[in-house]
Design a protein. Structure first.
Length: 73
């Protein structure tokens, strides 16, 4: 039991030390790639928002078009 507990404690300590280690700063290529990815993600999000707005507009137009027919029943 003590061996298992000691092994778990050593593993947790090693994991904590590894998680606390610093990464090297990104290179210029990595920075440029991250910036390009962020710009692409922003453009994709803007397109998705525009598509959502169009779909919502179509849904509202369809609702308004058929609302009178539903009330006649």
């Amino acid at each position: 039991m003590k061996k298992i507990l000691a092994a778990l404690l050593v593993g947790a300590l090693a994991g904590a030390l590894a998680a606390h280690a610093k990464l090297p700063p990104p290179t210029e290529e990595q920075k440029a790639a991250a910036k390009a990815k962020a710009e692409k993600d922003a453009a994709d999000a803007a397109k998705a928002n525009a598509d959502l707005a169009k779909a919502q507009d179509r849904a509202v137009a369809n609702y308004k078009k058929h609302q009178g027919a539903a009330q006649k029943k």
